[in-house]
Design a protein around this ligand. Sequence first.
Ligand code: HAM
Length: 521
Amino acid sequence: MAEKQKFQAIRGVRDLLPPETALWNRVEQTAHDVFATFGFGEIRLPIFEVTELFARSIGADTDVVSKEMYTFVAHSSKYQEELYSEIEEAYDDSIRSGDENLFLTPARKFIDGLEASLKGGEIGLTAGTEAALQSLTSTFRRYEQALEDPNLKGEPELEILRHELFFGCWDCPLGETITLRPEATASVCRAYIQHGMHSLPQPVKLYYLGPMFRRERPQKGRYRQFYQIGAEVLGGTDAPAIDAEVIEMVVTFFARLGLEGAKLDLNSIGCRECRPEYVKLLKAELSKPEIKDKLGADSQRRIETNPLRVLDSKLESEQPVIEKLPRIAEHLCPACAAHYASVKHNLVLRNVAYHENWRLVRGLDYYMRTTFEITAPGLGSQNAVCGGGRYDGLIEILGGLPTKGIGFAIGEDRLILSLQEAGKSPAPRRLDVYVAWMGEKTYDTAVRAARALRGAGFAVELPATAQKFGKALGHADKLGARYALILGEDEVASGQWTLKTLSDGSQSKFTEPQLLAHLKL
Ligand code: HAM
């Protein structure tokens, strides 16, 4: 007998179950409702994209791109697909016919094809490609020799080699590198360019919701598959009113959900003109031995790779040093300083409370000027429930026309956790009617009653098999039903159905139309 296997969801991913999913649905429905009142339309994006899209947008040196992406090689061009499907077919034919020779020529063709396309540059050379090709060629030679060896005819060794050769071809890391999306801003920008959205009335306001994937160390509020609700505004202007309205929309959404105690941190990290100057200054300051020596290994490394990220450090021992570093707000160019001042003014106009945090730099490279983050209570160390900012120029980096952009993404898992901690889960929907049918002769009527009640919008449980009266009522109670509709042979014959109110045990008789009218009251 096959061994029983106990499958578990893999580390860092989880199932969302009822009744909790009712809260997820409420949150998502509220997002649809609130975002529509701000004129946003929903965009549904693919779960995976070419790796290059994320690497170019988010930045190769960021944590997300350098260590957290789920990336794999997918055969993508028609030519590659043909090669792979031919080899698969030949492998199956060879197994089916028991003739190992049948696999030799297609395998040779596969290897030659790959070599030629690599040389011709039609297929991208990815890490490990050459090593894989070498090993494939050597397996092929061993297979060829084994086929000529009369002593090996019919031996399992041949089969093993054929298997090795096939999987060598199949797993050959050639083709497009694909990544499960770690965030969605890059995809929205890709879609904006791809669908020529610059010719739509500007700005284009889009929102999305769905799963994202990052290989982070799992903990409370941090998962490898997590969910975001995000929005982006793309168009020709970077008017500060847009920044403020986007933030106002998140704040309105949180208020509608009853989320209390959320705190908005705001900063401006300058533009391509003033930021490099500030980064230079910061780097020089951080490199001074009296400062560098007081920093931990991570921050010391970041002095070279990304000095701004040192400001992000939560390490207790580094805080006094960081507090004394030069602040970007004092080094913004006049245009950025005016933009930042206007964003703040626009937030005040909209009654949105903010807290200026000069150390808020965010972990993705595409940001410029406005950055913001919202933290919520009840989450422990992973308390950022929303992050966002302006990313003018990203569309150009991706090959589009000069375009301004700003947006945010809310961590839905964290939002839900915070709402749950605050006791904001909705009461699960109650079962209205349990149809207790007694005996086969009553079944037709029970089905009809269930259809009519569900049609009128009631939640109905219709047991699939006949039950004894006591057991049926016990089951109805356990499910938390408000009523049991009792259908015995008498009820069916007279057309007078018995409705029992389970909270007080009272009973009344109704015809079908009377019953519907009574329940609707
Ligand atoms: P982010 O700060 O990387 O920004 O992510 C936004 C939010 O997603 C975080 O504040 C957090 O709530 C949630 N989040 C991130 N990683 C995880 C995780 N492993 N587990 C649970 N929740 C997580 C972005 O993704 C940008 N695309 C936001 C944006 C949109 N900026 C401009 N437009």
